[in-house]
Design a protein around this ligand. Structure first.
Ligand code: NAD
Length: 297
């Protein structure tokens, strides 16, 4: 039975760790937050008093943390993973972070002889609970092959995106496209309303014509056409606007670092920033339609 140390038992980490336990792995988890530790114990996940303790006897270490600086610290600090983990351990970081931090940490890990992958996810808390996440994985072929069976216990689609950092690159490119397409879809519905076009009619036509995209057909931002859309639940739950803003900012940081112009990505980031600042950070990201309807520019 493979022993796994799991650091970061928040909204995503906790259900992911629970699925590993369900699949028969022996998991020891740690989080800085006492309430996260308590929730883990209630979900029958063994916990420790420090990150270092989760590493004892671990054959695989998984991290699910908020941002790049947390990941850098947890791996490379004096008391960090790389200084305490035993030889041959596989390292998997599932956090969504900037590409540079991901590449730096993987390179520090490989300099010490460890296999490590960046493996950010798509699918949200629902996907983490159901074990249906998509993992976008960056790393060597060998590291990917070792990580794959473990990721399969938490997800449905495990895709090798290339070398170190390419998992993060895929995640932010995808989510930049998603932010832009959601805003475009919202604008089309708001313009349609002003022109006297019924929501359902616009949906029926655009979803079978060239305007078709996931934001329209799977996550329609107006109530009615797609039963599962957060639009039918007053934009509660789903993918929070704060997380969309985080990913758009990461895309803009990467665009700047690599000298690429992404004008629509930049505009999407500033619209989501205004939306968040208007107190909507917990609202589902498709709720930006109300902001656009009220004259965002
Ligand atoms: P979260 O804030 O709920 O959980 C992060 C956990 O990390 C917290 O419990 C925090 O206490 C813990 N933590 C921070 N520093 C730590 C340290 N040094 N040692 C131990 N624990 C530490 O966040 P989340 O929603 O679980 O998201 C985790 C990652 O997954 C983020 O990078 C996020 O962008 C990404 N993500 C989230 C979603 C989502 O829908 N929530 C979807 C896809 C990707």
């Amino acid at each position: 039975m493979t022993r796994i140390g799991f650091i970061g038992l928040g909204n995503m980490g906790l259900p992911m760790a629970a699925n590993l336990v369900k699949a028969g792995y022996q998991v020891k988890g740690f989080d800085l937050s006492p309430s996260a530790l308590q929730a883990a114990n209630e979900a029958s996940i063994a916990t420790t008093n420090s990150a270092v303790e989760t590493l004892e006897e671990a054959e695989v270490v998984i991290t699910m943390l908020p941002a790049g600086h947390h990941v850098r610290a947890v791996y490379t600090d004096e008391e960090g993973i790389l200084n305490h983990v035993t030889k041959g351990v596989l390292l998997i970081d599932c956090s969504t972070i900037d590409v540079s931090s991901a590449r730096d940490v993987v390179s520090a890990a490989s300099a010490r002889g460890f296999d490590m992958v960046d493996a950010p996810v798509s699918g949200g808390v629902g996907g983490a609970q159901a074990g249906t996440l998509t993992f976008m994985v960056g790393g060597t072929d060998e590291a990917f092959e070792r990580a794959q069976p473990i990721l399969e216990a938490m997800g449905k689609n495990i895709i090798h995106a290339g070398g170190a950092g390419n998992g993060q690159a895929a995640k932010i490119c995808n989510n930049m496209l998603l932010g832009i397409s959601m805003i475009g879809t919202c604008e089309a519905f708001v313009l349609g309303e002003k022109l006297g076009l019924d929501h359902q009619k616009l949906f029926d036509i655009a979803s079978t014509a060239s305007g078709q995209c996931w934001s329209l057909t799977s996550y329609c931002p107006v109530p009615g056409p797609v039963e599962t859309s957060p639009a039918n639940r007053d934009y509660v739950g789903g993918f929070a606007a704060a997380l969309m803003l985080k990913d758009l900012k990461l895309s803009q940081e990467a665009a700047r670092d690599s000298g690429v112009a992404t004008p629509l990505g930049q505009h999407a980031a500033s619209l989501y920033e205004e939306f968040n600042e208007a107190g909507q950070s917990d609202t589902d990201f498709s709720g930006i339609i109300n902001f656009i309807r009220n004259g965002a520019n």
